[in-house]
Each structure stands twice: as C-alpha cells, then as structure tokens.
Design a protein around this ligand. Structure first.
Ligand code: ZN
Length: 681
C-alpha cells in the first residue's frame, strides 16, 4: 500500500475547503483513507483532529473534531466532523464505567453545535489520545493477520515495537479507557493495534498520522505476501443457467425468512468464483466476520449453498440449517443482553460454488454494501487460510455487537416506506405516464427497473433518478426474446420482482374504413400481445419467487368509452384489458393480484410529452374545432370534477394497488376526473 498524499493536491484542497487549515487537512487525509477500500468500507473507520475554537464570548476552548457516525470517509465535509468540548471529554477518563447510552449523552451534550451529527462511538478514544491527529481504519490486511490462531505473533512481527497490540474489546468507554491506559503505560510512537478490529495511528500533522497508517498497513500486507502459500485455484465456469434458476428462488426464500422484502447484489468475478470453488470453501467461509462491526450489515455468517440448491427442497434444507444455527446462537447468548429483541434469522450473504456471492439488502444500495463486505471477507479468509488458518472471534463478541443496546434502540424508530425493498418493473417507462409512475414508486421506497424500447428515452428516465440506484434495460414488448432478455436482466439486478406495471402502449388515428391492416396488427402487437408477453414473463418469476405480487395494467378510459377514429387503439386495449382479467383468475392461486388503471387525458409529465397525445392531439383538436392549446382546457371541463389528470396520479393508483390496501384483483380504477360514459361496468 502506498501513500496517496500529494502536497499540491493537499494545498489546493485547503484553499478551496472553506474551513480552518487543520480541519481542511483532516478532511483531505480522511478522504485519502476513504478512497482505499482495502482500508475502510462504507462508513467504516474514523479520524479526528484537535485544536481550539473561539466561543461567542471570546473564550478560546480546546476542541476535538471527530467524524460523525453515518458518514463515509471518502466523501466527508466539515459538516461531518462535529466539534466537541475536549477538556471536558478528557476528564471522563477518570470514571470507573460509563454505559453506552450515557456516553452518547455525554458526547451530545458537549457539542458546540446542537444540530451536529452524533460523534463516532469511538470519539472518546480519540479524545483520550494526546496527539493532534488520529487516524483509524479496519484495514483488510490487519484483520487478515489478526483473525488467525497465531494472529498476535503475526501482527507483532509485522508492526514492530512502535505499535502496541490490544485484544478485541467492544467499542465504547471500556475500549477508550483500555487504549488510554495502554498508551500511558507504553507510550507507543506510531500507533495502537486492536485485534480483530483495526489500527489507530497518530501524529502532529495530518500527513504524519496518515502516512504512518499507510506504512503500518503496508507492513501487514508484506507479511501476508511473504507467508502466502500458493493455493491451487480451481478452474471455474460461471453457472449462468444456475444463476437464472436460483435468483427468484433465493430472493423468495430469504425474503420470507427475513420477514422483510430484500433485493440481491451478485458478485461473480474470477477471484470470487475461484474462492467459492476451493474444496475447503464451505468450512472456511461459513465462519464469523473479519470484525464484529460487519455483523450489522451481513449477519454473523454467510450460508454456503449445497450443490442441489436449484431444487426447492434442498434450498429449504440449506436455509433451515442457517436459521437453526442463528436461533441457537441467539438462545446461547441472549443472557448477555437480557433486553435483547431477537432479530430475524435469515443470512444476508449466500455463497455458491458456481455463481459466487449473493448479498441481500433492503435496497440495491444496501445489498451492494453487503456484497462489498462479503467480497473483502472472502479475500481475507483465503489469505488467512494460506498462513495459519482463519479464526474469527467467538460468537459471544458477535452477539454483543449485533445486540448492542445502541443498535437495538434504533429498531422500529424509522417507519419503512410503503414499497421498501419492493422491486417495481415498468414497461414504457420513457413516456409521460411511465415517468410519473416511476417517480411515485421511487418516493415510496421502491427499487425501480425501467424498460422501454426507446433507448435514449430510457436513459433519460433513468438519469432522472441520479440520487438513487435505478436499473433498467431496453425491452420491446412485441419481441418475446427481448422480453426474456429484460427479465433475465431484472433477475440479475434484483433477484426478482414484486410489481409489474404493463404500461407500454401505442396509439393510431384512423377510421375503420381507412385503417390499414398493418397498422391494426402493429397496435395489436404492442397493446395486446405486448401485454400478454409481459404478464407471461412476470408470472414465471412470481411462481419461482413464491412471494405473491402485483400486475398493474395501464388500460385506458377507451376500454369503457371508445372514440371514433380510434378503433385499433380501443380494440387492442380492450384485448389487453380482458387478458388482465384472465390473469387475475389464473394468478390468484399464486397470491398475485392483477388490476387495471383507466386514465384519461394525461398530456405530459413535466417536460416529457405523452406519446399518445402528441399523436392524437392535433386530430382531436381539429375534430372539435379547437386550437391544440385549448384541448387541455377542453378535457378538464369535460369531466365531472373539472380537474386535469396527471401522470403522478396514475402513479398514486399504482401505489394503491401495489401496497395491497384492499383485497382486490381483476378490478378497474378510473383516473379520469369522472366520466359518466366511462364508468366501469
Ligand atoms: Zn473501528
């Protein structure tokens, strides 16, 4: 590992940071640490700097800026470093003990800004060390060496006498105090190593502390490299067919076991597949995490799937084994935390010889974090196995972290959004109504999979969600192989689907007399056959997944109230409508509901015009003797409620059905402001 510190870059950063120099340099080197996934992953690690701060009354007070919990080092800003009353915090070391809740309270009540984020739970440790800059990471190389039977000897050899080594202690006051006492007794020059946890370094400057950190981690990496025995890496082929079969089954089984809807992130790079194909893989990988912190993301152990897991019975047996192991762990250790409320027993990481890592989370983002941890864990366990063997901390330490009172206190605090963890596939997502539906579902916490045959339009629709993970794929509903490819892509991205919105549609204006047969076929292909293809593909996933589901067809007001010159559209939409009713009958045994929406006169969504109205608007205006600009007003005046209809309102109707608010299937919901001639019957 090499230092990433560059003097010019650091100076430029200080000039543009808009905060005092010591804090700017603190941010700069914190980001350097955060940029290295071999040092910290997603919110792991923390850093601090000490200095003085002038209060409103003009007093100069000693201050500790320490990373707040919840932020990731690679993107930290001054806002992520709450300032604390350092002289006060230092005095806390005299206490015999301090509960975690009281420690959090002490930190919160000694902030200089009441709205600052909560300081890291390792804040006192930073406060008790005398150095100006302190850096802390959970480096892969450190946990690789320390999770071994002779881990302590290995790490001492790697780091030399400038670093003191402490056994694993749960973060909080006891750890901060133990570090302080060890520091007082030994006065280490460079740092403090915590077994199965990570490394602290310190220095008078940001650069000194950071570069000491890098140098020590580099020494650990060298030690690993020098001792690594070559392992026979098996030849592996990715089991694409197996992955396709497993995806909805695994998602269904894990979601049921966890009691919350989860999505998957798969990793199957060559290193992952080679690791999973090692003969010792199940025993090596079904072990505890590199550091207890990971338990909060990936649960205590992954489950290694049996070769027969494609079979539902074998998969159920695999999962039952994992659940039983978890329940026994809870029962064995529950006395350590008498108030502990049992968490779900489902693993969050599954491993498979042919298909690699399957990591689960309540969102794509969460699943990706779990997958990153799982990938680093595999690499570290393989490396440890090639030295003196991998040995994780005892289960009791994992339990203490998983059932930590501070973590338990978070339970039930935030109400999940109605579509959290649910995957919503939308066809025709580039159009106005598709965009409105996507927007409402995303706000409800859904994981979106957008499809459209218009590649540029689809890209624009996806780009509208820059701040969340959205997936999608070009799909032409008139082409069965295109539909199949899109659903394969859906399974690869999320593992399954909960809500399928059949929204793709096409319009054409011509009287029956003048309607070209080709145009009629074209509309039938999109509106009727396309709906059939979408329903059929969705049904196959729902069946494999076993979680029920929703299909929602964007039908049309025309189904109830057809209009002249609109025969091809009305007839093909009526066919789709009837198909959806049959689907409601056929899919009810799977717990799948199928409902229809009947909107009217949705002209656009923001800047996105409705394809249908761009096409029919001019002729409709002409036949009514109106200017195009008057049409909007005309349709508003036409309905009983005298209201315009928006794409987001169609989205609200999707949300209503997708959340199973009423025991309803095979039903139609008009979204038209009230049109007597289009009342469903
Ligand atoms: Zn830590």
């Amino acid at each position: 590992m090499k230092s990433r510190y560059q003097r010019e870059e650091a100076e430029a950063f200080v000039r543009s940071a808009g905060c005092p120099e010591h804090l700017a340099l603190r941010l700069y080197t914190s980001r350097l640490i955060g940029r290295d996934p071999e040092l910290v992953l997603h919110g792991g690690g923390n850093t601090s700097v000490k200095g003085t701060l002038r209060t409103l009354l003009g007093d100069e007070v000693e201050c500790l800026w320490v990373k707040g919990s919840g932020s990731s080092l690679d993107k930290v800003t001054a806002r992520d470093f709450p300032a604390l009353d350092l002289s006060y915090l230092r005095r806390l070391v005299a206490l015999e003990s301090l509960t975690d809740e009281e420690m959090v309270n002490q930190l919160r009540t000694h902030l200089f800004d009441a709205s600052a984020p909560n300081p890291s739970v390792e804040a006192l440790l930073h406060a008790f060390l005398p150095h100006r800059f302190v850096d802390h990471s959970h480096a892969d190389a450190v946990v690789t060496l320390t999770n071994q039977p002779d881990g302590e000897a290995l790490i001492r050899e790697a780091l030399g006498p400038e670093v003191i080594v402490l056994p694993y202690i749960m973060p909080g006051f006891p750890l901060a105090k133990a570090v302080f006492e060890a520091y007082q007794a030994h006065q280490p020059k460079a740092g403090i190593l915590l077994m199965q946890h990570g490394l602290f370094t310190f220095g008078d400057t940001a650069r000194e502390s950071y570069e000491r950190h890098i140098e020590l981690v580099d020494r650990c990496e060298q030690t690993i490299a020098a001792r690594r025995r070559s392992i026979q890496t098996p030849d592996v082929a990715y089991g694409a067919e197996r992955a396709r079969t497993l995806a909805p089954r695994l998602r269904g089984a894990i979601t049921k076991a966890a009691g919350v809807s989860l999505v998957v992130e798969r990793r199957f790079g060559p290193e992952v597949l080679q690791a999973c194909a090692l003969p010792q893989a199940p025993a090596l990988f079904e072990t505890g995490p590199l550091t207890p912190d990971h338990v909060l993301r990936v649960k205590p152990w992954p489950l290694f799937l049996s070769a027969e897991a494609e079979d539902d019975t074998a998969l159920a047996a695999d999962l039952a084994r994992a659940v039983a192991r978890y329940q026994a762990y809870f029962e064995t250790h529950r006395a350590r935390s008498p108030q502990a409320r049992a968490l779900d027993a489902a693993p969050r990481v599954l491993l498979d010889r042919a298909t690699g890592i399957w990591a689960f989370g309540k969102s794509k983002q969460e699943a990706m974090i779990a997958a990153d941890i799982a990938e680093h864990t595999l690499t570290a366990k393989v490396a440890a196995d090639a030295i003196s063997g991998y040995r994780a901390l005892p289960d009791g330490d994992l339990f203490d972290m998983e059932y930590w009172s501070l973590e338990q206190a978070k339970l039930g605090k935030t109400k999940p959004r109605p579509l959290e963890g649910r995957v919503v596939l939308i066809t025709g997502a580039a159009g106005a109504i598709g965009r409105g539906i996507a927007e409402v579902c995303a706000e409800a916490g859904a994981q979106l999979f957008l499809t459209d045959r218009d590649e540029a339009g689809l890209a624009a629709a996806q780009a509208a969600f820059a701040s969340i993970q959205v997936r999608g794929c070009v799909m032409d509903v008139t082409d069965r192989s295109s539909v199949e490819r899109a659903f394969d892509c859906l399974l690869a991205e999320y593992g399954g689907v909960d809500v399928v919105v059949a929204n793709a549609g096409l319009a054409h204006v011509a009287s029956l007399e003048s309607l070209e047969p080709g145009d009629f076929s074209r509309l039938l292909a999109v509106n009727a056959e396309g709906t059939l293809a979408t329903i059929a593909a969705a049904a196959r996933v729902f069946r494999a997944q076993g979680l029920g589901g929703n299909i929602i067809l964007n039908s049309s007001k025309n189904v109830f109230a057809p209009g002249k010159d609109f025969g091809a559209y009305s007839a093909s939409k009526a066919a789709a409508h009837q198909l959806a009713k049959v689907a409601a009958i056929e899919l009810a045994p799977l717990g799948v509901r199928v409902n229809m929406l009947n909107p009217d006169a949705v002209f656009s969504h923001g800047e996105v015009p409705s394809g249908l109205w761009s096409l029919v608007g001019p002729s409709r205006a002409k036949s009514r003797g109106l200017e195009i600009s008057e049409l909007y007003e005309f349709y508003r005046e036409r309905n009983l409620l005298k209201v315009p209809v928006t794409a987001r309102e169609v989205g609200n109707a999707v949300l209503f059905f997708a959340t199973n608010q009423t025991p309803t299937t095979g039903a139609s919901l008009p979204i038209d402001g009230g049109l007597v001639e289009a009342f469903p019957r």
